[in-house]
Structures are given as C-alpha cells and as structure tokens.
Design a protein around this ligand. Structure first.
Ligand code: AMP
Length: 593
C-alpha cells in the first residue's frame, strides 16, 4: 500500500476509535431501521426501531435458535423473514467440531470486508513499509468446493468466498501462489504447487503465512517430506507426474524453469540437520510470518518461532464468519500480549460479563486480593452484573462473551468466544482472545475450559524443552468408560532436529502428567483428591497423527484455510484416528497439590 493510502487508512482508524460510541449507535439504528419489519424482529419489537426496546426485548441467541430461519432461506423462502437486504450467499463457518453453520451474507457485508482490508493493510504498512511494491507474499491459501443450497444460493467458507471474488484475481499478483493452485480442491497437490511456487520465487518473498498458525506449520511438515522432490522438479524444470490437476500443472509449467543453481541452494538449506530458522533461510527477504496465533493457535507459537528464526509472528486480526471484529494495532507485539482493537463500524457489539471469572485474570487477581482462586470466583459471581454491556462500557481486566448484531440477520448472537479487555485505543476497547466458550472437559462437577487446558499444557510441555522436544499438537477428551473417569490428553511430539520421537523417557512423561494436574484449576484438584476423578493420562501419538486428524475434518467439510484443531473432542471417528496411533501411555502418579 502506498504512503498516501496508508495515511488515509490510519486516519480512518483514529476516527473510528475516537467516535466508537456514536458509530455503534448509528450501526444499531441503521440495522433496526432496515430490519425491524422482518418476521424475526417483529416477534420482539412489533415493528418498532427503538434501541432501548431492542435491548429489553430481543433475546440473546445461539446459532440453533436462528437456524430454522436460515434453513427456510436456504430452502427458498425470501430472505426478508430475517433480514431486509437480499442474501447473496452463505458463509460456511469452519469452526472445527460439529456441523458447519450457514451464516447469511450480503453485499453490504462484502463492502465492510473491503474497508477492513484497507484498515489492516494500513496498519501493516505503517509497521513494515510498502511491501506490495517490494516483492510477493507467500500466503498458503486453500479453498473448498462451493455448495449450492436448495434455493440456489451458494455456500462457501469465508476464505473460499474471498479468493473467488473477482477483486481477488486483480490482487493475486501480490502472492506467489498462482490462482489455479489455490482453487485446486486436492489439498496435497495444492500445497505442493504453492510451496513450489514459493521456492521458485524465494528471493522475491516478503512475507510468509496463512490465516492460522497451524496451516503454516503443516506446510513446514509437508516441506520436510517433499523438499527433495521439489528440488528435483526445479533442477530438471519439470513437475512430478502425480500432480494431475490440470490447473496446477499448467500454472506450474509457466513458472517452472530448469534451474539447478536454485535447486542446489534450497537443497543446501534443507539438508541441514536442524531446521531451526528454516523459514528465514529459505525466504531471506521475508519481513514477518503472518498467521493468527492466539486462542487455540497459541499452542503452535513456540514451534513457529523455532522455524521462523527470529522473524516476527504477526497475528493481524480477529474475525469470524459472523462478523469482522478487530485488528491488532501492534503487530510486533509478543504473541502472548496480542490484543485486537475492535472496529465499531463492522457490527453492533455487546458483551456479556462472564458469571464465572476467567482463568487468565482470576489467578493474578486472586493473588492481588490475597484470596484463593476459589474465593475469587465466588466473590466475582456474587457481585457480577450479568446484563450485556456496550462496546465502550466494558471494564479493563474483565472477561466477556461476545454478542454480535449485524445487518445480515444476526441479532444479539453468541459467537461463542470469550475475550478479556486489555486496554483502550482512544475510546475503543482492545481485547485479548481468551477461549472458545463451549470447549470444556468435565468428569464430575469440574469444568476445565479451553484456556485452563492450554495453560496446563503450556506448563507441562516446558519440561520437554531442555530435551529438544516440541509438542506439535494436542487434544483431549473426558474418558468415562471406567469409574471414576479421567482426563486423556493426546500429545504429538517431534524433535527439534526434525527427528521422529519414537520413545520419550517415561519418567519425564509421568512428570508432564503431574505438572498438568498441578496446573489445572481448584475444582479439578479438589475432586481429584476426593478420588472423584482418576489420574490424568497422556497418550503419545505417532508423528503425523494431527495431520491425519486435520485430513479427517477437511474430508468432513472443514476448510484447510480455516481449520482449528479442537482442543477437546467427543467425535468417535476422531478418537479412533487418535487411538490407533498411540505409541505410549502415561499416568499421573499422585494427586496434585
Ligand atoms: P470461523 O467460524 O471458521 O469463521 O472461525 C471463527 C473463529 O475462529 C472465531 O470465532 C474464533 O473462535 C477463532 N478466531 C478467529 N480469529 C481469531 C484470533 N485472532 N485469535 C483466536 N481465535 C480466533
């Protein structure tokens, strides 16, 4: 982005964040003005557009509550039963686990997407300069086939929809991946050809990334398996026979030239015993790695830092299929400090205070107050106001569940994410992503949230660091097949030298089990001591297991670009994949202190 463009974008950002309150009011008034007459809102507002009435009468809902309306539209009824503007397509929400959701989208939302792009690019240009004219981005992008609903409306993941837009074709020259490789529905051929293109243009690459951190790591693992073949293709100037997708073959033939020198230099780098800093070595002009690495993605940060060799990891934005929410105004901040400044023009945002304190602040707060964690929870529960609050009225340090109201038919809709207020930019709050709301492990009356689990895993995996071992993926489930039930963690491990871990010292693994239990919350430990919960178990799985799990979810409809490995699973199929690859089982030897 040129200087004048980024300055205008930053000015817009300042205006939006300064006038957040008025902008939010306008957004809500506009939504009500246009949609109060829909069948859905008439039930609660009787055609009125008053914002106070909206807050008093319109219920807070989940996807299941509005699904009947969405299904009616998908089946051919006019969209004005739910929203005034015509639905142009549906986004298929790729959040892993259950069935993909269909989220209506409109032309107006597409415009908001364009404004968001300008703002995001302005922030990036401010920090990294004008990279559009400095080279190309190696962004790994994947699409899923578009599905048609009975009404003839298309349904696709947000990322697929973005790549399919005609506007994307015009900017696709900014990326190393030829557009045909992005549209190849076979993820293996797509990945191979995108990496090939990135390697051929390695001296032009200014950023490396994908939407989520897990996909960048998946591409590094793929490279470990295929670098020799990729180099041999580059050496002879011919693509492997197994690339049969015609789009991929044609695109590759246009950029693939016989280039032994390039192949030798890549071989030199990739044949090193340690792949520490491989991204920087292969793409020496890259300024940063762009990939969301907060929330469930934070488990990949250490590994990404290792391969990045000091390149900044940039977690640029927080968005979901339902709404674009915020931008990270400090892209160089440490992963653990990343906050997203909300954009008040994107949707009308409300925040439901958490009844239960969330783990990230409760422990600090409890220490500060000289209370035990348990007391801290009680104290907050008793005093808490449980009504949703507006964007500008959230309190620093408090955790909230996000509700969105959009012009595309979502009214007071629970996104399912928990956020913590970390500060303000002008008059607009900034949030840390804490966790997905509904991911919990529970055996007795214990409740372990995604954030609780992530914290315990982080503390336990630190024991593997001195041994040069990474935790490359984890998930969990509550095993109640025996009494008392217990927590089971599946861990995939890898040596920092790229070596396959066939065996780990059992003593260390048992210590990891203990460490996890010690790090879990008060209620877990209480029930564990009372023998209502049995010893926590870690099952180490073979390398490649989490790739197989990702393949399974992708085969079920998840998009690789939007895939997030579940930190807890109940799917029998997923458990079958995991259990069939277990190479070691370890149990915590004692009740936690
Ligand atoms: P999807 O439904 O596929 O659009 O995924 C949206 C979900 O991805 C959000 O509701 C979050 O749970 C997660 N997500 C998106 N952006 C971030 C982020 N920056 N940090 C953590 N989680 C995120």
């Amino acid at each position: 982005m040129a200087r004048s463009g980024y300055e205008a974008g930053m000015k817009m950002m300042e205006e939006l964040t300064t006038n957040a309150e008025q902008i939010q009011e306008q957004v809500l008034e506009e939504i009500l003005g246009r949609n109060a007459g829909t069948e859905y809102l008439r039930r609660f507002l009787r055609g009125e557009t008053d914002t106070k009435l909206f807050k008093a009468n319109v219920p807070i809902v989940t996807y299941e509550d509005i699904k009947p309306y969405i299904d009616r539209i998908a089946n051919g009824e006019p969209s004005d039963i739910l929203l005034d503007e015509p639905v142009i397509q549906f986004y298929r929400s790729g959040t892993s686990g259950g069935q993909p959701k269909l989220i209506p989208t409109t032309a107006e939302l597409a415009n908001k997407g364009a404004i968001f792009d300008t703002l995001l690019q302005s922030v990036m240009t401010k920090h990294f300069g004008d990279l559009d004219h400095a080279g190309k981005r190696m962004e790994l992008m994947f699409t899923k086939p578009v599905i048609e609903t009975p009404s003839g409306l298309q349904a696709a993941s947000v990322t697929t929809s973005i790549f399919k837009k005609s506007g994307f074709r015009t900017i696709s020259k900014l990326y190393t991946s030829p557009i045909e490789t992005i549209f190849c529905s076979d993820t293996k051929q797509s990945m191979y050809c995108q990496l090939l293109a990135g390697l051929i243009r390695r001296d032009e690459v200014v950023t490396v990334g994908s939407t989520f951190a897990s996909t960048v790591l998946r591409s590094i693992k793929f490279l470990e398996d295929y670098w020799q073949e990729l180099c041999s293709n580059i050496k002879i100037g011919q693509i492997s026979d197994w690339i049969i997708d015609s789009g991929c073959r044609n695109a590759a033939s246009l950029i693939l030239k016989h280039n032994p020198d390039l192949a030798y230099s890549i071989e030199n780098i990739c044949s090193c015993k340690s792949w520490e800093g491989i991204i920087r070595k292969l793409w020496p002009k890259a300024k940063y790695i762009s990939a969301i690495n907060t929330g469930v993605m934070s488990q990949y940060t250490a590994e990404l830092e290792f391969y990045g060799g000091g390149l900044p990891l940039v977690s640029g934005f927080y968005a979901c299929s339902e709404a674009i929410c915020g931008i990270n105004l400090e892209p160089l901040s440490k992963s653990s400090d990343v906050s997203y400044t909300f954009l008040p023009n994107m949707a009308y945002f409300e925040f439901l205070p958490m009844k239960k304190d969330c783990v990230t602040i409760s422990q600090d707060q409890a220490q500060f107050d000289g209370l035990s964690r348990h007391e801290s929870i009680e104290k907050k529960t008793n005093n808490e106001d449980t009504e949703p609050v507006d964007l500008v009225n959230v309190k620093p340090g408090q955790c909230y569940e996000l509700l969105v109201t959009t012009s595309a038919g979502l009214y007071r809709y629970r996104v399912g994410d928990i956020l913590m207020v970390s500060g303000f930019h002008n008059n607009t709050p900034q949030f840390r992503f804490v966790e997905r709301q509904n991911v919990i492990l529970s055996i007795h009356a214990d409740k372990t949230s995604e954030a609780d689990l992530s914290k315990a895993v982080t503390e336990a995996k630190a024991l593997l660091d001195p041994l040069g071992i990474f935790l490359t993926g984890y998930t969990s489930y509550g095993d109640t097949s025996s009494i008392p039930g217990h927590y089971v963690l599946f861990w995939e491990l890898k040596g920092k030298e790229g070596n396959n871990i066939k065996e780990v010292d059992p003593k260390i693994m048992v210590e990891c089990c203990s460490k996890m239990e010690e790090s879990l919350n008060y209620t877990y430990k209480m029930y564990r001591k009372e023998n209502e919960i049995a010893a926590l178990e870690i099952r180490v799985v073979k390398q490649g297991t989490f790739d197989a799990l990702m393949d399974y979810y992708v085969s079920k409809g998840a998009s690789l670009s939007q895939f997030k490995a579940p930190s807890c699973t109940k799917s029998m199929e997923a458990l079958k994949i995991l259990d069939s690859r277990v190479i070691g089982k370890f149990f915590s030897p004692k009740t936690p202190i």
